[in-house]
Design a binder for this molecule. Structure first.
Ligand code: ZN
Ligand code: ZN
Length: 219
C-alpha cells in the first residue's frame, strides 16, 4: 500500500506472543496492523505459527492420514491461482489498513479526534483496559512532548513520518520503546503524521504541563 521501504519491524517476542494470542488487545491490534502492511513480518509470523502448530501436533500425537499432506496441498492449489484472482477493491485513498478500519468504523473521516495540545490530536480506540491504543495526529513539524515510558510503547506510522533520538520512521515502520527509552517524536515538515500507538502503562512526561494534563488525556 506504500512505496516506502519498511525498515523498522516487530520483534521476535512480539510476533511469538501474537502467534500465541497472548497480547493485550491494543498490542495485538497494532501488531495485526503492521503485519497487514509488511510482507516480511507476515512471513515471519507464518514461521512462528507453523512452529507452534508443529509443537501442538507432536504433543497431541494424532496419527495423520497418509495422504493428508497431499490433500492439503491439493486444497491450496484448488484455490484460484493468484494471477486470476480479482484485484481487491481499491479503497479510494484509504489511509487506515483493514484491521484498524474495523475499530474506527471507517477510514480517517470516521475518526473522532480530540486535541491534546500544540496541534496534536488523538483518538482512543475501544480495547480492553490492560493496554490502550490510540490514533495520533501530529501536524507537520510538530512534536509529541518529550517523554519516557513505564512499560512498552508501540508506535506504527500510517501516514507521513517522524524523527526521534533513535531514527526516522516512515509509513509502515513500527517503533518499539521500553523503560530505557526517552524520546521526543517530531513529525516531518512535509506531511502531517498519523500513527497508531499502543501503551501498557502511562508515559513519563518531563514537562509540567503535559504531566498535569495526563490523567485527562489517558496518555
Ligand atoms: Zn515488518
Ligand atoms: Zn514514546
Amino acid at each position: 500500500m506504500t512505496m516506502h521501504q519498511i525498515s523498522h519491524h516487530l520483534t521476535d517476542s512480539l510476533l511469538m506472543a501474537y502467534a500465541a494470542d497472548a497480547l493485550p488487545e491494543a498490542f495485538s491490534l497494532t501488531v495485526a496492523t503492521h503485519i497487514s502492511m509488511c510482507d516480511e513480518c507476515r512471513a515471519r509470523l507464518g514461521a512462528f505459527e507453523s512452529l507452534g502448530g508443529a509443537v501442538l501436533e507432536r504433543s497431541e500425537a494424532v496419527a495423520m492420514a497418509e495422504d493428508s499432506l497431499s490433500a492439503t496441498l491439493a486444497r491450496i492449489r484448488g484455490g484460484a491461482p493468484v494471477r486470476d484472482r480479482p484485484a481487491p477493491p481499491r479503497k479510494a485513498r484509504g489511509v487506515l489498513p483493514a484491521p484498524l478500519r474495523d475499530y474506527v468504523g471507517g477510514d480517517l473521516d470516521a475518526v473522532r479526534w480530540r486535541p491534546i495540545g500544540m496541534g496534536v490530536k488523538q483518538a482512543i480506540l475501544p480495547t480492553s483496559r490492560e493496554a490502550s491504543a490510540r490514533l495520533l495526529y501530529i501536524p507537520a513539524g510538530a512534536a509529541v512532548p518529550d517523554h519516557g515510558h513505564r512499560g512498552t510503547e508501540l508506535t506504527l506510522v500510517l501516514q507521513g513520518a517522524f524523527v526521534d533520538e533513535t531514527d526516522r520512521f516512515g509509513p509502515g515502520d513500527i517503533e518499539v520503546a521500553d523503560e530505557d527509552m526517552h524520546h521526543m517524536p517530531v513529525a516531518d515538515i512535509g506531511d502531517d503524521c498519523i500513527c497508531l500507538a499502543a501503551t501498557d502503562a502511562p508515559l513519563r512526561f518531563r514537562g509540567m504541563i503535559p504531566r498535569l494534563a495526563q490523567p485527562f488525556l489517558r496518555i
